[in-house]
Write a protein that binds this ligand. Structure first.
Ligand SMILES: [Mg+2]
Length: 120
């Protein structure tokens, strides 16, 4: 069975693009907000989350804190716009070692996701 990845981003273009890249190898779920992400996480099995940090309403850091309350074991790769170093430091402090700078190249994304699954 394919691994299921939840991609969370308020940028619909990036959601669509990421689904196209990952869709050949993985089952991809999309959420355009932190709230929707939490609902989808509670609704079924998810093997990994790609989580945008900069989102209106509930940002990625808060979403991560909330999901840790009930889904602490799911690996998370944070997505961050280039140059937002503070976001990256915050993410690492929260225990998420992995992050990807947007925009990412397809091969880079596939490689990082595969590496993360291998380490589990
Ligand atoms: Mg964003």
């Amino acid at each position: 069975m394919k691994k299921r990845i939840l991609v969370v981003d308020d940028d619909s273009m990036n959601l669509t693009r990421t689904k196209i890249i990952l869709g050949k190898e993985y089952d991809v779920l999309l959420a355009d907000s932190g709230i929707e992400a939490l609902v989808k996480l509670k609704g079924g099995k998810v093997d990994m989350v790609l989580l945008d940090i900069d989102m209106p309403g509930m940002n990625g850091i808060t979403t991560f804190e909330r999901m840790k309350e009930f889904a602490a074991d799911i690996p998370v790769i944070f997505l961050t716009a280039s140059g937002l170093e503070e976001d990256v430091h915050n993410a690492i402090k929260m225990g998420a070692v992995n992050y990807l700078k947007k925009p990412y190249r397809p091969q880079e994304l596939l490689k990082r996701v595969a590496q993360e699954f291998e380490e589990l």
